[in-house]
Design a protein around this ligand. Structure first.
Ligand code: ZN
Length: 479
């Protein structure tokens, strides 16, 4: 696996985000969801104090892209690592013309990420202001005013203090690990002015508590937390292996990969990660890309076609084609088990057109006002997989998940489709589409609400995982 201090150099990013291909785990939190399964009111999540956001700063969580990832050569799933992987998590981007302000730690060490030699590093008092310049980086101590120039490189910044260093404050969030700044020249998949990507390199065990804390309600059962910890660890292990050497980050801190709160004090999350340290799900000797989502609505999806075209990512352990007893009782008690929204037909048309344009679908880019929208195909569990849209220009088909991404692109919370398992009725008098759906998220792999329902009735993390990843075993890779 990758060692510490990876300084992966790339001139530009060649690959688009893995839109919807990651572990789209939509934590069932307000305002999209009214209440979790438990009768207790949703507790406040341990989110850090509200950051003052500049429009120039894009935290990954706010990035939703309806554009599908460019295909990359599929890669077999990894064997179980024998040492703890270091994951690279992109936490955000800033315009390169803007300074980056970093606080949190009293002392910070700055240097070229690809050079391990400590003599070349500069240890200085925080907070820091860092600017990209044509000749490299200018790092300035905000209080004392001392500054130093670094030639072009991936710049690493770590907070000193304690055994593992102290977290760095950026954009109102405390981030553990080592921060790496990478200049993107704008020639990559995302055209535009140069930007700086902020990437955290961190041991997977230190990364996970902030994932679990943000993925689950704090009041949920410790066994749900443990099952989630093993699933999230397996997912991250696969992503690290998949992207290492291909781009300068493995995952983003957001829905497209896994949510990440950064530093967390959530004891249940910390305990769940500690109790399952090094444990991953394994099937046929390989780590399972254990996708998970908030609620399958009782009709699970399989990874292939829903999330990915990569055949390695649809191994039997993840496929949930066997809907048997699970179809009848999983997360049906959850508030998100059923939902409905109304979207003006003109918006449906505009969103389909925009998605068609962005995704090379001229038939959708030219679509007229829909006259009917129907589910044209379902999986074995009855979940909608294909949608047919009729208009004056004829009938056009697209995947149910694609339809969902198209509708959700404007990020209008009032009309958000929580899943692709939908039925659509056109109300002519109101010139609108009434979309009713089941569940929340892509429905592949572990169902968080279903896992919590199991844990509440006494199930262990192991039996939860056996249910959602049939045939997979828990294997300890590292101590
Ligand atoms: Zn479910």
């Amino acid at each position: 696996m990758t060692g510490t201090g990876r300084g992966r150099r790339f001139g530009s990013v060649l690959l688009a985000f893995v839109a919807a291909a990651g572990c789209e785990s939509e934590r069932p939190s307000a305002p999209l969801v009214t209440a979790p399964l438990s009768s207790a009111p949703p507790p406040a999540m341990p989110t850090p104090s509200a950051p003052t956001l500049s429009p120039e700063v894009v935290q990954i969580e706010d990035l939703d892209t309806p554009v599908k990832a460019k295909p990359i050569p599929p890669k077999p799933l990894p064997l179980v690592p024998s040492s703890e992987p270091i994951v690279a998590v992109k936490i955000g981007s800033q315009k390169a013309s803007m300074p980056i302000t970093l606080g949190g730690a009293d002392a910070m060490t700055v240097g070229d990420a690809s050079i391990g030699d400590s003599a070349s590093r500069w240890t200085v008092r925080g907070p820091l202001e860092i600017r990209a310049s044509p000749t490299g980086w200018v790092v300035k101590e905000q209080r004392g005013g001392a500054s130093r120039h670094f030639t072009p490189c991936e710049l690493s910044v770590s907070g000193s203090g304690g055994a593992t260093g102290s977290p760095i404050l950026w954009n109102g969030v405390k981030w553990p690990g080592t921060l790496r700044l990478v200049v993107e020249d704008g020639d990559g998949a995302k055209k535009g002015p140069p930007q700086i990507d902020l990437v955290i390199d961190i041991g997977i065990e230190a990364y996970l508590p902030g994932v679990i804390a943000k993925e689950l309600y704090a009041s949920w059962d410790p066994e749900t937390f443990r099952a989630q910890a093993i699933a999230a660890r397996s997912y991250a292990t696969v992503e690290e292996d998949r992207w290492s050497g291909r781009r300068h980050w493995d995952m983003v801190a957001g829905q497209q990969s896994q949510a990440w709160a950064g530093e967390t004090s959530n004891q249940r999350a910390i305990e769940a990660v500690r109790a399952t340290r090094g444990e991953v799900l394994v099937s046929n000797g390989r780590v399972v890309p254990s996708y998970y989502s908030s609620s399958c609505g009782g009709r699970p999806a399989s990874a292939l076609n829903t999330l990915t075209d990569n055949p390695f990512h649809d191994i039997g352990a993840v496929s949930t084609g066997d809907h048997g007893p699970r179809a009848g009782r999983c997360c049906q008690g959850a508030s998100v088990a059923t939902w409905s929204v109304t979207i003006p037909l003109s918006s449906v048309r505009a969103r389909l057109q925009a998605w068609g344009k962005a995704n090379g679908r001229p038939d959708l880019a030219a679509i007229e006002l829909p006259t009917a929208i129907e589910v044209s195909d379902r999986n074995a569990a009855g979940r909608a997989t294909e949608v047919r849209v009729r208009s004056a220009r004829g009938a056009v088909e697209l995947g149910a998940e694609d339809f969902r991404w198209a509708m959700n692109a404007p990020r209008d919370k009032a009309t958000t489709l929580k899943s692709g398992d939908i039925e659509v009725k056109i109300i002519k008098g109101k010139a609108s589409a009434e979309v009713s759906g089941r569940g929340f998220g892509h429905g592949v792999g572990l169902c968080q609400h279903g896992a919590q329902a199991m844990a509440k009735s006494g199930a262990s993390a192991r039996s939860i995982l056996e249910r959602y990843y049939p045939g997979a075993a828990i294997v300890r890779g590292w101590d």
